[in-house]
Design a protein around this ligand. Structure first.
Ligand code: GH3
Ligand code: MG
Ligand code: MG
Length: 342
């Protein structure tokens, strides 16, 4: 039993000597109803570098546990107030957030087997019996803090991995949903979505939109003569050539099979001028696709048939617009292919 003056002298004595041991970091919630024991142990722990919030009752400690973030709880089991250390442990372990996983060291004057089992069953991480041996307490605290930090690091890494997996899965789903897997071009779904947006903008700004539907001529013959893989190679090369024919902001999409669409928005507000602009794009595409491709030195000549339709704020549906472009494309087929029609 210490007197207040003795404690004051002891604390002053402790703090005169810098600790020769490795400093520890962490914030500890410490509950002890005996004031002198509390003050001495708190000073010793602080001297080793720890931040210590000490309380005389479990009730006060519990309130502070809820309001602050601690790294470890050190609690006496037999306390003077209405709430015991065991009840405090029980309350902490019932906390549903990760806060409830905090390491808890019980300080107890009893050292019998039944008592120890009871403590561990309740969720105490470790225990130390009174009178507390300073170095033993440091060793136990240090081990638990390190352990807890490692657990947090692992959890953090797992969360990051999980978040990464989710991001990649979302990216893959987006790719599968909106892009053509062979050419990497936007697919029909994304094209129609962009077309809808362009149409609503056109209703406002009165600029024309040109929709060009491109179908390759006699594409089946390349599959039949050179094989399906060569057919795929041709489709990829066509996609690349088309991408070079358009302005940035235009969309090149693959509808499916050997059918592609070029959408060019913000054309002239005057229909005749917009039609000339659309025709120029079509001519450029005709020239770019009317050529001989070489697959492993085997030449194959390919041409496209193109259908063009213009839009400027009329009441119509994307599907109807696409159908109009398709009908125009059939005119090109009927006219002998390798042609452009409105
Ligand atoms: P037309 O001049 O009348 O258009 O004749 P075509 O042979 O090109 O006829 P059509 O456009 O109807 O045929 C397209 C063919 O493209 C049908 C199918 O066998 C082939 N095809 C569709 N998708 C793919 C693909 O992903 N890869 C390959 N290699 N061929 C495809
Ligand atoms: Mg075709
Ligand atoms: Mg076709």
């Amino acid at each position: 039993i210490f007197h207040r003056q003795d404690i004051a002298q002891l604390l002053a004595f402790i703090s005169r000597f810098p600790s020769s041991h490795a400093r520890m970091t962490g914030r500890i919630l410490y509950v002890e109803d005996n004031r002198s024991q509390r003050d001495v142990l708190k000073a010793i722990l602080q001297h080793r570098g720890l931040t210590v919030d000490s309380f005389a009752s479990a009730e006060e400690a519990l309130q502070n546990f809820k309001d602050h973030d601690y790294d470890l709880v050190l609690t006496d089991i037999v306390l003077g107030g209405s709430m015991s250390g065991l009840a405090l442990v029980n309350q902490i372990r019932r906390t549903t957030s990760t806060k409830g996983d905090i390491p808890i060291i019980a300080v107890t004057a009893f050292d019998d087997k039944t008592r120890r089992i009871e403590l561990f069953n309740l969720g105490v991480t470790d225990y130390i019996h009174k009178p507390v041996v300073k170095e033993e307490l440091f060793a136990r605290i240090s081990y638990l803090l390190e352990n807890q930090r490692m657990v947090h690091r692992i959890e953090h890494t797992q969360q990051q991995l999980h978040a990464n997996e989710l991001r990649q899965a979302a990216k893959k789903i987006n790719e599968l949903a909106f892009f053509d897997q062979l050419t990497g071009l936007p697919n029909r779904v994304l094209l129609l979505d962009r077309l809808k947006q362009a149409m609503s903008a056109s209703t406002q700004n009165r600029c024309h939109i040109a929709l060009l539907l491109i179908d390759l001529d006699k594409f089946k013959t390349i599959n039949e003569t050179l094989g399906h893989d060569m057919g795929d190679q041709l489709l990829k090369q066509v996609a690349e050539r088309l991408s070079h024919c358009v302005r940035s902001g235009d969309t090149v999409a693959r509808l499916g099979g050997d059918e592609f669409v070029v959408m060019s928005a913000n054309l002239n507000t005057h229909e005749a001028l917009a039609a000339t602009q659309a025709e120029n794009i079509g001519e450029k595409i005709l020239a770019a696709l009317n050529r001989t491709y070489h697959f492993d030195a085997i030449p194959h000549h390919s041409t496209p048939s193109i259908g063009v339709t213009l839009f400027c704020g009329e009441q119509t549906d994307v599907e109807i617009l696409l159908k109009q472009a398709e009908l125009a494309m059939y005119k090109s087929k009927e006219a002998g292919r390798n042609a452009l029609h409105f």
